[in-house]
Design a protein around this ligand. Structure first.
Ligand code: MN
Length: 129
């Protein structure tokens, strides 16, 4: 079956990772996993041009989510990859910080499954338009 797109999920909590992966695979997305920010950056470097979307937690081992955004934004090869932050840090100032750093959108944890699906599907529908 043809997938709707390749999504890199960067999440250090195994339960959250499994939940997000299951939701996305049910929706026919191909999921690539990274358990910390350092591994995420390595995977991105090795897969330039194939990752359609990054779902990024903020609280991560090795390299935190905000720094991941900043590093991706600092390189021409990676700065156009869309990032949606998925984090419990839902204070206005945190959301603003991520948007200023270059993330496209922000989903707050705990995840509302239907809202999550709608957001991801809308993102890909907008991409293909
Ligand atoms: Mn985390």
């Amino acid at each position: 079956m043809k997938t709707k797109g390749n999504i890199l999920v960067v999440e250090d909590n195994h339960i959250n990772l499994k939940l997000i992966q299951d939701i996305l695979e049910t929706q026919q997305y191909n999921v690539i996993e990274a358990l910390d920010g350092k591994i995420a950056l390595e995977i991105i470097d090795e897969n330039i041009g194939t990752i359609d979307l990054i779902l990024l937690d903020l609280q991560l081992p090795e390299i935190g989510g905000l720094e991941v955004i900043q590093r991706l934004q600092s390189k021409n090869s990676t700065k156009k990859i869309p990032i949606i932050v998925v984090s419990a840090h839902a204070m206005e100032s945190d959301i603003k910080k991520c948007k200023e750093a270059g993330c496209y959108d922000y989903i707050t944890k705990p995840i509302n499954i239907n809202g999550f699906i709608n957001k991801i599907n809308s993102f890909f529908e907008a991409l293909s338009r």
